[in-house]
Design a binder for this molecule. Structure first.
Ligand code: SF4
Length: 232
């Protein structure tokens, strides 16, 4: 299924039909509908969606964006997922290394222009990598932040001409914790150190959340930026 007209119609129908479906049923539908042209993306903060997808679609592609700025714990989580789970981890890299980016734009672009840095190191690689797929799943949840409160379970990603799926959009943090405990799902070790959202390692991009603030408040905390651009 590669006709974008067909894909948009599929997305619209599924958005209507699957809003109340379980995460497993949503992922089963995606696997049956798109087969190998379906992938899961993971930031390797945890392996919840990868675990859910692999339970209904063993060997599913799990796409990871290696920005060159990740914590060692995040790379370790990716490697552990690849080693022990029935998934096919695919690592996407930016067109330029950090050193090449520094040479072109100056050092620490993340502090000066995080939107450009995310565009170069996340959005472009993802857009390029998703060329191989008709549908992609993310771990977005409505309870993560105000900017994600309206996340649909299935949507038409018009910018990329893909079906975008958020199988755990309706889950709460408690739902995640219960699933992780019941299934022994791999977690990024930084979650035990007080981080609640794990992105790139510069302090301007990821820090522990402030008391009483939402789980993503530690991302780009000193700027008005709330999303890297992948989900905008
Ligand atoms: S999160 Fe920070 S370091 Fe990572 S791509 Fe975005 S601005 Fe750059």
């Amino acid at each position: 299924m590669t006709s974008t007209v067909d894909l948009e119609a599929v997305a619209i129908a599924a958005a209507r039909d699957l809003e109340e479906a379980s995460a497993q049923d949503v992922l089963r539908w995606a696997a049956e509908t798109f087969g190998k042209r379906f992938c899961v993306t993971s930031s390797m903060e945890d392996a919840v969606v990868a675990h859910l997808a692999s339970s209904v679609f063993p060997g599913v592609d799990v796409v990871f964006l290696d920005t060159g700025y990740h914590f060692a714990e995040t790379i370790g989580t990716r490697d552990a997922v690849a080693a022990v789970m029935p998934v096919n981890v695919i690592t996407l890299k930016p067109l330029h290394t950090v050193a090449e980016q520094d040479a072109q734009y100056g050092p620490q672009l993340h502090d000066r222009d995080p939107d450009l840095c995310c565009s170069l190191r996340k959005v472009e690689p993802l857009n390029r990598g998703l060329g191989a797929y008709d549908a992609w799943a993310t771990g977005l949840r409505r309870d993560e932040s105000p900017s994600r409160a309206g996340t649909p379970v299935v949507a038409w990603d018009a910018k990329r001409r893909k079906v975008k799926i958020a199988p755990i959009a309706r889950w709460t943090q408690e739902d995640v914790d219960v699933y992780v405990a019941a299934n022994g799902v791999l977690l990024n070790p930084l979650l035990w150190e007080g981080y609640t959202s794990v992105g790139c390692s510069p302090l301007s991009c990821t820090r522990k959340p402030a008391e009483g603030e939402d789980g993503r408040s530690g991302r780009w905390a000193d700027s008005g930026k709330t999303e890297c651009g992948i989900h905008l």
